[in-house]
Design a protein around this ligand. Structure first.
Ligand SMILES: *Cc1c(COP(=O)(O)O)cnc(C)c1O
Length: 377
């Protein structure tokens, strides 16, 4: 069976995790600090704050953006459900905007009509690694006094107009290290920002609102009694995870290059298939191809679900494209009657094909052959 993805973990990560365990310091500590430093350097941000996941990173970023009960946050419905859940954790309401059909990203033109006096923030998603039109979105945010928080869960290693995602363009960018993403720490997340005050706030919030860090207390020559200065959370990353993350970050450029090469092979192999739209990006965008998604049009010989079944019967895993949140039962009360025709159409007609950096040419040929057999006329 050819899997949809496979994390690239090797003896380097195994050794690093083992060293963290042998050191006796396993929760947030020196390795988290080192991972944060390396991550900020990679993205070109002033600060990077590690968290337990991208979901908790988004929650903290929205809190720091001042999002609270009764507020509204504009985001795409076409995203993983955590995007909207993080808004609801703040007691706020996600207001779903349409996406562009060609790259699944938030349509900047759809944002302004949704802005009300309750809107606090805009939460664009860099879909499956492809950067949204973030400069325009930030200009819209600025002109309305709204904070822009980037859901960059899948976008580590991508860039927009020559700058790495995470730089950050908005006030905050949030990343995921779940195994489905480009690099992994098992689970884990990161916030990047250039705002020093927010950096301090994140460090408090992720650690129970505790005014003194474990490391400061541990290394102090004097007795320190900590105090808890605000309502905080336990959203820490462990040092075992960070040890893995440090090694993964060293491999990131090679992982992205391998993903881009494989994506180009797919693009060339499918160019003449009727009803198949392969991903393509303007030159100002560099995509890490966290996933390889094709969209089927009415001309395709099979429906999306038929193609998925066909591939399964040929020992090839596939997944539906990005979901829509507004059609999920958990959102039915919030979204009664809401119709997002573009999001619904592209979500229902797109399919993710296997792509991982260690994929062999033989494996990829197998996927290409089965897909062509299904769809060629
Ligand atoms: C994966 C993902 C998340 C959640 O990331 P976790 O680290 O699993 O919490 C959020 N948003 C998007 C767009 C994602 O793809």
């Amino acid at each position: 069976m050819i899997p949809i993805t496979r994390p690239l973990l090797g003896s380097e990560e195994q050794r690093a995790a083992g060293e963290a365990i042998a050191s006796g310091w396993v929760t947030q500590g020196p390795r988290v600090a080192a991972f944060e430093k390396a991550f900020a350097e990679y993205c070109g941000s002033k600060f990077a704050i590690a968290t337990s996941s991208c979901t908790t990173a988004l929650h903290l970023a929205l809190l720091a953006a001042g999002v609270g009960p009764g507020d509204e946050v504009i985001c795409p419905s076409m995203s993983f459900i955590a995007t909207a859940n993080a808004i609801r954790y703040c007691g706020a309401k996600p207001v779903f905007a349409e996406v562009c059909a060609d790259d699944f990203n938030l349509d900047p033109d759809a944002i302004e009509p949704l802005i009300t006096e309750r809107t606090r923030a805009i939460l664009p998603v860099h879909q499956i690694g492809a950067p949204a039109e973030i400069d325009r979105i930030c200009r819209i945010g600025e002109s309305h006094g709204l904070v822009v928080v980037e859901d960059a869960a899948c976008a580590i290693g991508s860039s927009f107009k020559g700058a790495r995602i995470g730089k950050p363009f908005g006030k905050f960018a949030c990343f995921s290290f779940h195994p489905r993403k480009v690099i992994t720490t098992g689970d884990g997340g990161m916030i990047t920002t250039d705002d020093e005050e927010a950096d301090r706030e994140f460090r408090l919030l992720r650690q129970h609102g505790m005014g003194t860090s474990d490391m400061a207390r541990h290394s102090s020559g004097k007795v320190m009694i900590e105090s808890y200065v605000c309502l905080g959370y336990n959203y820490r990353m462990t040092d075992i995870q960070a040890a893995v993350g440090i090694e993964q970050l060293k491999k990131l450029d090679d992982i992205v290059a391998a993903r881009q090469r494989l994506a180009q092979v797919y693009n060339r192999a499918f160019v003449d298939l009727p009803g198949v739209l392969t991903p393509s990006f303007p030159s100002e965008i560099e995509c890490n191809y966290q996933s390889y998604v094709v969209r089927l049009t009415g001309e395709a010989k099979m429906s999306r679900n038929e193609l998925m079944q066909w591939l399964l019967e040929h020992d090839i895993a596939s997944r539906r494209g990005i979901m829509t949140i507004h059609r999920e039962p958990a959102y039915s009360d919030l979204c009664t009657g809401l119709k997002l025709p573009v999001s619904e159409r592209v979500a229902d007609n797109s399919i993710i094909l296997p792509l991982y950096p260690q994929m062999t040419d033989h494996e990829q040929r197998q996927v290409v052959r089965a897909t062509r057999e299904a769809l060629a006329v």
